[in-house]
Design a protein around this ligand. Structure first.
Ligand code: ADP
Ligand code: MG
Length: 417
């Protein structure tokens, strides 16, 4: 059966209905005889998300997204489960642990993540600095590429849908994309061959007005490039804030998106972002974005500004956090970012009892991730890092810690379409 696009205002109404209908799901209640609700983590347009604890595994916490089932609404959780199953083979993505249906709701259980970008942005009042925004960009680019490689476009890339992979250790420094409730396949398979799914002529708007591209406003079928354009608006939002952030009317947002020059939009951000944005504007529905080109530009900016993935983020460094929250001279935001290259780095190699100790030239170990054998994380640790005996340079270490961000991964073309 064809799925009808859901109007955004209807989605808000749906969330209301859902909150009242699933009243029986409160802390202490156990779902499917296994998952005991601890607390509410978030509410969105398609679901309510709880933190749950597994009765089969002592102390193991996960996230459970619940969707109220009604003949009035098209279910989206089923689709999200389908996307997560396809993503199962990818690294460093949300893992699907369980899913099922009850008489009036459907649920899915996934790895528990840490903080979303909205919460982090709220902590850093003046907005993220270049060092944070560029790293977030590389992680999100990687997540988007992985989704595209399994044949889907996300269609709702925004700060509320980007989270740290965990609350502590290395997971708290890795960003993942969540919420595949609006994802749509852009690939069709027939007779064993994959082809680009034909565009529909007329569609309703899906996604979020603040972040969607002008092509999406024009009700065109969403493409891979549109996900990346939304990512660019999201990067502006977590730094300076997009100029149309307070506009409520779609027509005003469109006007402002058209009239804001690229220099204005990315004022004060690394200039490489302008090159990326311009490049994305040149892509058509059928074009496969050159993810490596985007990655390369982000990495060029990181090199130019001497940013390393191992540097502390603003929210990890009390002094940086205080500075960024001081209501000082607003022009200070224009100062070049000083990356604390000489200050001690707070990330450490993953250490288990059987692991050789950290190389002496490596940054000092501090907080560590969970032991590898007890993975309760979406992050797949590179086995190589457990075997490394030789001291590694900081540059090498950063990709050993975050293997998904290696150049090769962005050059790789898994899906030709
Ligand atoms: N795996 C998770 N771990 C922790 N919090 C989560 C997780 N998934 C979602 N959340 C929280 O719940 C919010 C809504 O979830 P999301 O999947 O985006 O639902 P919706 O489709 O309704 O927007 C997110 O913005 C986030 O704050
Ligand atoms: Mg969401």
């Amino acid at each position: 059966m064809m799925k009808m696009p859901v109007d955004i205002s209807k989605a808000a109404l749906r969330c209301e209905t859902m909150s009242t209908k699933i009243k029986q799901l409160t802390p202490g209640k156990t779902v499917a005889g296994r998952w005991t609700i601890q607390k509410l983590l978030g509410k969105g347009s398609c679901g309510v998300v709880f933190q749950v604890v597994d009765s089969k595994r002592k102390g193991y916490c996960a996230a459970m997204k619940v969707e109220y089932l009604s003949p009035e609404y098209d279910p989206t959780l089923k689709l999200e489960v389908g996307v997560l199953k396809k993503l199962n083979g990818s690294r460093d993505v949300m893992k699907l642990i369980d899913f099922g249906k009850r008489s009036n709701y459907a649920y899915m259980v996934t790895t528990l993540f840490g903080m979303d970008l909205i919460s982090l942005r709220t902590k850093i009042k003046r907005g993220f600095n270049d060092a944070s925004v560029l790293r977030v960009a590389v992680f999100v680019l990687s997540a988007i590429k992985q989704l595209h490689e399994v044949g889907y476009v996300h269609r709702d890339i925004k700060p509320g849908n980007v989270m740290t992979a965990g609350a502590t250790g290395r997971d708290s420094r890795t960003f993942c994309v969540i919420d595949f409730g609006m994802a749509r396949a852009y690939v069709v398979e027939s007779k064993g061959k994959r082809k680009l799914r034909p565009r529909r002529a007329s569609i309703l708007l899906r996604g979020t007005v603040r972040y969607c591209s002008l092509s999406v406003h024009a009700r065109n079928e969403q493409s891979r490039a549109d996900d990346l354009v939304a990512m660019m608006y999201m990067l502006v939002e977590i730094t300076l804030g997009v100029p149309w952030r307070d506009a409520k009317d779609e027509q005003i947002v469109i006007k402002m998106k058209k009239e804001t020059s690229i220099d204005e939009l990315f004022a004060d951000l690394p200039e490489e972002l302008k090159t990326i944005y311009n490049y994305l504007q040149s892509l058509r529905y059928q074009d496969r974005p050159d993810y490596f080109k985007v990655y390369d530009l982000l990495m060029q900016a990181m090199k130019r500004l001497q940013i390393n993935f191992l540097d502390p983020y603003e929210w990890e460094d009390a002094e940086m956090e205080r500075d960024s929250n001081e209501s000082g001279n607003p022009e200070e935001k224009n100062l070049p970012v000083e990356t604390p290259l000489t200050s001690p780095v707070t990330i450490s190699p993953l250490v288990t009892p059987s692991t050789p100790s950290a190389p002496s030239s490596a940054p000092k170990p501090a907080e560590i991730g969970p032991p590898v054998e007890e993975i309760n994380t979406a992050v797949d640790y590179d086995p190589k890092e457990l075997q490394t005996k030789k001291p590694l340079s900081r540059e090498e270490l950063q990709f050993l810690y975050f293997p998904e961000l290696r150049e090769k991964k962005f050059r790789e073309v898994l899906l030709e379409i």
